[in-house]
Ligand binder design. Structure first.
Ligand SMILES: *Cc1c(COP(=O)(O)O)cnc(C)c1O
Length: 405
């Protein structure tokens, strides 16, 4: 690259300035290179492929149940590669639909008690593509009532439907939601978009109450269960299953990449909605299908997770034990009813510094969560214990935090 090429278009200079600004604001994200060891999750190797450093205990993985290192799940991937090759070779419409896709969609629909399911290449795409497609339908005029803390992927879908209107309601605030529903024109098609477990504060929506409001004001309900699938409900069908309200939700969206430990996203709903999305959603139609080497382990994982209640029991036992240890040590954390344990720091620089020192001095990894992901003054380390964090690992983390806070 010569200077001449870099200066040819003003965008080069724009990028240089923007990067400097992000750095000055302390928002420059740098990757930490970590490789998971399947045989000893949650222990990872730190460093690059050429130079391995000390092993690190990771406290920030979203593979909440360890499904991604389950031998049966890994073997399903290995066997699928051997049998079917590495990639999918096409979109679902162009030589990309495998019997495994169909089986996984049926499994997910069954998990949520819905008629049908549709796979997407990620949870992000499932939200973005489904919401954008729904909100561009019926010649526009939709009004979306969107929880203030909804994930970026839902916001992308809502904003992407340019003819539709978006009204943001206060986080998990039923009174505010009802006021806003009541104030909207009765004739407009309405949709309420929300999550079950919110991943930063670990708080949980009252799904039944939101669905009751939806019925009262004739709104469609769209629920993101990304941080709950696999973990809540007697078969891991999410909070809607735990609360026995899945049948009241029109569209349930989830990921195969967090609690199920593999990769991919999906929606489940009544047949006509799923068929419409299959035929109309650009983000479904025009992208190569998930490869069988991903779908096979995902299917194995969902089936196993549905049966293996011990994983959910063990996860919550570990979470409660860890919370108890933090409490005894006087470390400030958000007491939530979910599996997410935010340790509050309250300052962006300090949060980054503590995370860095945990890694360098104690070989412990916990991601710092700063503005704009959370409000200023509520910066935190987001810890996610899993069934394989031992008491000794917990004690190490508690001791390290005690010495750093
Ligand atoms: C991670 C996440 C997604 C996206 O899921 P991926 O499968 O990682 O693309 C969607 N919604 C929420 C709330 C998330 O946290």
């Amino acid at each position: 690259m010569t200077d001449q090429v870099e200066s040819a278009h003003p965008f080069y200079a724009y990028c240089q300035n923007a990067l400097q600004e992000i750095e000055q604001q302390g928002r420059y994200r740098r990757f930490t290179s970590l490789s998971r060891r399947s045989a000893s999750y949650p222990v990872y190797d730190k460093g690059n492929l050429e130079q391995q450093e000390k092993p690190v205990v990771v406290w920030s993985s979203n593979d909440y149940l360890g499904m991604g290192v389950e031998p049966e799940v890994m073997n399903a991937a290995i066997n699928a590669v051997k049998e079917y090759g590495a990639g999918a070779g096409g979109t679902r419409n162009i030589a990309g639909t495998h019997p495994l896709h169909v089986a996984l969609e049926a499994e997910l629909a069954d998990l949520h008690g819905k008629e049908a399911g549709l796979l997407f290449v990620s949870g992000y795409v499932s939200n973005q593509a489904s919401l954008q497609t729904i909100l561009a339908s019926m010649s526009g005029g939709w009004i979306t009532f969107s929880d203030q803390q909804n994930h970026a992927s839902m916001i992308a879908g809502i904003k992407g439907a340019k003819q539709s209107e978006c009204i943001i309601f206060k986080h998990n605030d039923l009174k505010d939601l009802e006021e806003k529903l009541a104030a909207a024109p009765a004739s407009a098609p309405k949709l309420i978009a929300f999550e079950s477990v919110y991943s930063m504060d670990g708080d949980i929506a009252d799904i039944g109450a939101i669905c009751a409001l939806a019925r009262k004001y004739n709104a469609l309900t769209y629920l993101d269960e990304v941080h709950a699938v696999g973990l809540y409900g007697e078969q891991g069908g999410g909070v809607s299953q735990r609360d026995n309200v899945a049948d009241q939700v029109d569209i349930i969206e989830g990921t195969l990449a967090k609690g199920f430990g593999v990769h991919g996203g999906y929606v489940t709903a009544k047949k006509e909605i799923i068929e419409y999305l299959r035929l109309a959603a650009s983000g479904f139609i025009f992208t190569t299908a998930l490869p069988p080497s991903i779908v096979a382990p995902a299917l194995a994982s969902v089936r196993l997770a549905r049966q293996q209640n011990w994983r959910r029991e063990k996860l919550f036992e570990r979470v409660h034990t860890f919370q108890k240890k933090l409490k005894e040590a006087g470390i400030p954390y958000l007491q939530t009813e979910s599996h997410i344990v935010p340790v509050m720091i309250g300052d962006a620089e300090r949060c980054k510094e503590i995370s860095k020192r945990l890694l360098e001095e104690f070989s412990l990894y916990a991601t710092p969560i700063n503005y704009p992901t959370v409000p200023k003054g509520t910066e935190r380390l987001r810890l996610t214990p899993n069934p394989f964090h031992t008491d000794a690992m917990m004690d190490d983390m508690v001791q390290a935090l005690k010495s750093l806070l």
